[in-house]
Design a protein around this ligand. Structure first.
Ligand SMILES: [Zn+2]
Length: 292
């Protein structure tokens, strides 16, 4: 790894001496690696065509505890910037980040984080991207970092960053208004991805699985969720697109509730992007909670 990086550094130095490096060739663009979809989406919105952004998590792959190929690790180690969500969300990416030093940015740094809802699930809840205001703060960090590694394009990054924050402000307003007046404020989700969103808009979330969508819920957990659903007349059990809906369907059938998608946007939503996915989530929540 170290050897590969040394070669890459030499190539970069040689490249910088050559006449071909001036004039905005593709290879002179900053190379940004994002650890999963919401980060890649924000980075692409801010970079435009001035930096290349790649996503470490392939489409249709659930990003929690993502495993990296050696090819991905080598390519990422040579990038100018690694943007990721730390604190145990993707341990393999955190190992890579440790290799990259200050070229790696943990987007949870500077955020006030909530403790994991259940003991033993890691220190904090990583799902900050589902709160538009927290996502706006992340957008600011990404714009500042791009501006500092590529000062010639700083104004463009900052202006794209401001445009992204304006869209996120609109989204935040739509959620505030859309969830203002509802018959219920209790949601049952596939895994507990919506804690920050629930807190922001005054909802209560109960997840069938905890913070990790792949963890098999215990019979006790399923019994608790079923009882919660009955007691609070929850109309809809939410499931998500990258995880099996089997347990959600079983609980829904048992209590006579519907099922619907609430997308944690850990991958790109089918046929859309972060914003269309969030608007679909808002519509699904409004239907499930009987909002006026
Ligand atoms: Zn998650």
């Amino acid at each position: 790894m170290r050897w590969v990086r040394a070669v890459a550094t030499i190539a970069l130095v040689l490249g910088a001496c050559g006449p071909l490096d001036r004039g905005g060739t593709a290879s002179s663009k900053p190379r940004v690696v994002a650890s999963f979809y919401p980060v890649a989406h924000a980075a692409r919105a801010i970079a435009g065509d001035r930096a290349s952004v790649t996503n470490l998590t392939p489409p249709r792959v659930e990003p929690h505890e993502l495993e990296l190929t050696s090819g991905q690790v080598i390519a990422a180690t040579e990038a100018d910037l690694l943007l990721y969500v730390g604190r145990g969300f993707q341990p393999a990416v955190e190992s890579l980040a440790a290799e990259m030093g200050d070229r790696a940015v943990d987007l949870l740094a500077g955020q006030e984080l909530a403790a994991a809802p259940e003991p033993g699930e890691g220190p904090v809840d990583p799902h900050v991207w589902l709160d538009p205001r927290r996502m706006a703060a992340i957008g600011r960090v990404i714009a500042d970092r791009l501006a500092s590694i590529d000062p010639a394009n700083a104004a463009a990054y900052q202006s794209n960053g401001a445009a992204l924050r304006a869209l996120l402000r609109d989204l935040d307003r739509a959620f505030s208004r859309g969830l203002d007046d509802c018959r219920s404020r209790k949601i049952v989700t596939s895994h507990e991805a919506f804690g920050y969103l629930a807190r922001r808009y005054g909802l209560t979330q109960v997840g069938i699985a905890g913070l990790d969508p792949e963890a098999e819920p215990s019979p006790q957990r399923i019994a608790f969720v079923t009882e919660f659903t009955r007691r609070h007349n929850v109309t809809t059990i939410f499931f998500e697109t990258l995880v099996s809906p089997r347990v959600a369907q079983t609980i829904a059938a048992e209590v006579g509730a519907r099922t619907a998608v609430l997308d944690p946007l850990e991958g790109p939503p089918p046929g859309g992007d972060y914003f269309t996915g969030m608007r679909s989530n808002l519509a699904a929540l409004r239907r499930a909670l009987g909002c006026g």
